[in-house]
Design a protein around this ligand. Structure first.
Ligand code: 6PG
Length: 238
């Protein structure tokens, strides 16, 4: 991973400001719509709040097509819903056409939700072998998971389906996740990672330490268009 792709920030506020500049720059470079897969988690929540407060007007939301990289198998009204969190912190505060937002139907039976979302992706995104996002936004868990692919189910990463049904290792909660093939097919990928509890995995993954391959986040391709937006705490072991 080139050092230039590892962007270290004083704190989460500076991180989301920097990522917003990256996002706006990418949108400006995109002809027509930009297809973005969002992540759940606490860091994206800070980003959504920043967008809602500071960037209602200066982002052409008509050209942003919103998808999710993963979703919990719960209804959209559930506190656990990634869509519900995004709606609360971002979607309810910006003028984005309702047809631009394509949520994963977490309220359905997991295998049905996964199949339906795979169909949504193939219908709306181009790509010969896999649907291609312009941007996939990812978080990373303390255990090195990303999207909703966890170390204990790392084989889901290379599943040939576009969307897979995963299970949280501790809660047993079922989740729908993009497979690694779709994530790695994206034109650009951005990790948003904050907090001291991520520092060890960040170090292992970015330094390609022995054994790091057991972490799904390490399987995200290494390329010029993969960026790690870190705060100082998450980067403290680099
Ligand atoms: C989710 C996310 C998940 C998240 C990581 C990191 O549905 O929870 O997609 O993969 O990105 O768990 O979450 P934090 O940013 O809250 O640490």
């Amino acid at each position: 991973m080139q050092k230039s792709n590892i962007l270290i920030h004083k704190d989460s506020e500076k991180l989301v400001e920097s990522f917003t500049r990256y996002f706006m720059d990418l949108l400006n470079k995109t002809v027509g719509s930009m297809n973005v897969a969002l992540s759940g988690g606490s860091t994206p929540k800070i980003w959504f709040d920043h967008l809602a407060k500071k960037h209602k007007e200066d982002i052409d939301w008509d050209r942003v097509q919103i998808y999710w990289g993963d979703e919990r198998c719960v209804p959209p009204s559930d506190n656990e819903s990634n869509y519900g969190m995004t709606k609360k912190y971002l979607l309810d505060h910006i003028n984005i056409p309702v047809q631009n937002v394509r949520r994963i139907l977490g309220e359905l039976k997991p295998d049905v939700a996964a199949k339906k979302y795979s169909h949504v992706l193939s219908k709306n995104l181009s790509g010969k072998s896999f649907p291609i996002f312009d941007l996939v936004v990812l978080g990373m868990g303390d255990d090195g998971h990303t999207a909703s692919i966890f170390p204990h189910q790392i084989d889901l990463w290379k599943n040939e389906r576009y969307c897979v049904v995963a299970t949280h290792p501790i809660t047993g909660q079922q989740r729908i996740s993009l497979s690694g093939s779709v994530i790695n097919a994206a034109c650009s990928i951005a990790f948003l990672v904050t907090g001291i509890n991520k520092a060890e995995k960040v170090m292992e993954i970015l330094n390609i330490a022995e054994g790091a391959e057991k972490y799904p986040a390490s399987l995200v391709r290494k390329s010029d268009n993969v960026f790690w937006f870190l705060d100082k705490l998450a980067a403290s072991r680099l």
